[in-house]
Design a protein around this ligand. Sequence first.
Ligand SMILES: [Zn+2]
Length: 297
Amino acid sequence: MERIGPIMLIEGPNKSSKVPYSRSLYLDCADKVLIDSGADPKSLLQIEKENGIQLIMNTHYHPDHTSHNYLFPNAEKLINPIEYETAQSIEGIARANGVYQEWGPKGVETWKQNLPSRWVKSLGQLTGTYEYEKEYNFSGIKVQFLHSPGHTSGLSCPYFPDLGVVFAGDYDMTSFGPWYNGTDGDIDDFIRSGKRLLELDANTYITGHQKGVFTKEEFAVAMETYLAIINQRDEKIERYVAQGLSFEELTSIGIFYPKRTLDNGILKTWERTGIRKHLHRLGLTVPELSRVYTNAK
Ligand SMILES: [Zn+2]
C-alpha cells in the first residue's frame, strides 16, 4: 500500500480507474480517519480490522466516493455542508443528477429502480457535516476541507498544509476530461476551483482515479490539458450547432460519452445535461422537442 507520511492510499480495483470505485485515503493515527469510501471493500475491511475506522469524511455524495460507508455502521460519517441535505433523499439525488430535469417524474421513477442499494444505504448513514476551510487536527495531522465547487456544488478537496499534500479527488486528470454534468455542477466554477488547487502550497497531488500521485509540476501540466478539454467540447458543439442540428441530434453524437454508450439511461442523461451547460455558456440555442423540467422544488 502506497504511503505519503501518515497518509495511506487505498486503491479500488484497476487503479481506482472508474465508477463505482475511487481511491480512499486513510489517516494512520489515533483518530482513525477514512477519507472517501470508494476503495476496494476488501482493503477497507482489512484496515478496519487492523487499525480501525472511527470517522469517515466524504468529499462529496457521488457513489464512487461514498458507497462503502455502510460497511462501517459504528463510524461517524460526515459530508460537506452543501450536500448533506441533497444526500438525505433519493429525490434530491435524482434532481442533482439531472434525471428530473431531463425526464421528469416518470424518469425519476425508472432511475430509482436501478439505484445501487449500497449507495442509498451509505448515504442514509451519514451522521452530519464538517466545515469547509476549517483546520482539523487529527492526532497531529492537520487537514482543511477546501470548498472546490464545479464537479458538484459541494465538493471538498482535503488539503494537508504541513505535509504539502492535496487530495484532488475528481480533478482526476483522466482523458475523459472534467465532469460537471449534474445540475449541481458548473463549468466556470470547475475551472476556478482547479486553478485554486494549483495555488496551494503543496507538492503532492493525489487524484481519486487512475494515475494517482502527481508532483505540483506534473499536476500543473496535466491540469492544462485537462481543462483544455472544456474548450474542445465548446468548439465541437459550436460546429454542430452551426450545421443546424437539433438538441436530439446533438445529444446522440457522443460529445462526452462514446456514442455506443448513449443508450444507457444515466449516461444519456449526463450527455444531455452536459451539452445544455455548454450551449448556455456559448449563448446558443437549438431546436428541441422534449420538455425541460425545472429543478425548483
Ligand atoms: Zn464525483
